[in-house]
Design a protein around this ligand. Structure first.
Ligand SMILES: [Zn+2]
Ligand SMILES: [Zn+2]
Length: 444
């Protein structure tokens, strides 16, 4: 229980008979008011920062200008900034007396896709990605996260009397390829800098601004990559008996691998196998000598993950064996683990968020998406991610009534409404950090 809510309980009896609001309500609501006051003067700068970053997105591990821009912002606030941690990442530290260290993470990277929002600050950026020229767009909302991150830092410095300890603000590269968190940790994130007592991240999503949700325990899925090459023996399409047809083997595998999900995995447990790419052959009348497939494997629990990996491997081998083909090359690439939200950190944060936002912030079941924020919990840091909405409620209502569908993250039409979204991001994150300082200080 946080200080605010605890004092609410303690003072409830005292004030029960009076018309005075309980002390705790005064506390969180006065903090919220203080945050709103500071946002009223800070928002125009955050809006400009957001639009500038939005219009100039950079891809994973190429976020040089974005990182430099954030480094300048944090130095101007008085943070001690170290750049190039995990290639393009940065760490900004601010010490304010003895106390816990609380980490706040933003991502830096955008996506290799064309933005089609038509906004006047829309991205037209292009870059080279895996050998070809691609458009680049912030269609996941990482620009919202960056503006909220800078805004939270500024707000917390304005509330310096409310907390003691160290702020550790990190900007992480390459979330979209789930490689940046690991790169920062490998580059000494928790050895060259303090190991935090709690860590927070937020993510923007396609629901109404001013609302949010959070999860306790498992928050997202484990994501592993799958890459299989089926080998056959090429030949003429008119004489299949002289060949071993890898197209047929691949087709059999794609259909049959779903039995691992429907017949082998416990139906009450989450697990997904999706084949996203298949490459083989050059002409209608040539049976090729190989076919390559790639896909993604998602799960929550380690035992389900192991079962899916084993089932995929067995099914691929069996599909090849049925055609008397050579054994396939099977590569399962370990991706990221599920985000584990620390129940203690979640409890403290939920108290503060509820006091500030009422039932606009809700507890939610885990998402099937994945996030490399999981690496921080994996490194032993009690952590928590929460989500904030980005759209006008009217637009969501219209979609529900048969209007244009709501564009999700990674859609070329994803277009958050900046002001209420960033303001909610700053308010919720500032309160989460204050709640964690309070909780961790009492434990020390
Ligand atoms: Zn994304
Ligand atoms: Zn994202």
């Amino acid at each position: 229980m946080s200080r605010f809510v605890r004092s609410l309980a303690a003072s409830a009896a005292l004030f029960a008979a009076s018309l005075l609001p309980a002390y705790a309500e005064l506390d969180v609501s006065s903090l919220k008011k203080a945050i709103e006051t500071s946002l009223a003067s800070d928002y125009p700068k955050l809006d400009a920062l957001y639009k500038e970053i939005h219009a100039h997105p950079e891809l994973a591990f190429q976020e040089v200008k974005t990182a430099a821009r954030l480094a300048a912002e944090m130095r101007a606030l008085g943070f001690e900034v170290t750049e190039n941690v995990g290639k393009t990442g940065l760490v900004a530290i601010y010490k304010n007396g003895d106390g816990p260290t609380i980490m706040v993470r933003t991502e830096l990277d955008a996506l290799p896709m064309e933005e089609k929002t038509g906004l006047d600050y829309a991205s037209r950026a292009k870059t080279n990605w895996m050998g070809r020229e691609v458009f680049v767009a912030h269609s996941c909302g990482h620009d919202i996260h960056m503006a909220s991150w800078v805004g939270t830092a500024k707000t917390l410095l304005g509330l310096k009397e409310q907390w003691r300890g160290t702020l550790m603000f990190i900007a992480q590269p390459a979330e979209e390829i789930v490689a940046g968190a690991r790169a920062m940790i490998a580059d000494g994130l928790f050895t060259r800098f303090p190991k935090p007592d709690a860590a927070f991240g937020l993510h923007a999503g396609p629901f109404s601004h001013g609302t949010g949700f959070y999860r306790s325990g498992v928050g997202s899925s484990a994501a592993d990559g799958l890459d299989i090459t089926f080998h056959g023996r090429g030949g003429h399409g008119s004489a299949p008996h002289t060949t071993v047809d890898p197209v047929g083997i691949a087709a059999r595998f794609i259909v049959e691998v779903q039995s691992v999900i429907s017949r082998e995995k416990n139906p009450t447990e989450f697990g997904v196998v999706s084949i996203g790419a298949i490459h083989g052959g050059t002409a209608p009348n040539i049976i090729p000598d190989s076919v390559r497939l790639s896909g993604t494997i998602r799960s929550y629990k380690p035992e389900v993950r192991a079962k899916l990996h084993a089932g995929i491997e067995r099914t691929a081998k069996a599909a090849a064996a049925m055609s008397d083909a050579p054994a396939p090359d099977i590569r399962i690439v370990e991706g990221t683990k599920p985000v584990m939200n620390d129940p203690d950190v979640v409890a403290a944060t939920a108290d503060v968020l509820k006091a500030a936002f009422g039932d606009k912030f809700k507890l939610s079941p885990p998402t099937t998406a994945s996030e490399d924020f999981s690496e921080f919990a994996g490194a032993g840091v009690p952590s928590m991610m929460f989500n904030i909405g980005v759209y006008d409620q009217e637009r969501i209502d219209a979609a529900r009534d048969g209007g244009p569908p709501i564009p999700s993250n990674h859609s070329p039409l994803f277009a958050p409404v900046p002001k209420p979204t960033i303001e909610t991001g700053v308010t919720a994150m500032t309160l989460a950090v204050l709640g964690a300082f309070d909780q961790k200080a009492r434990r020390k």
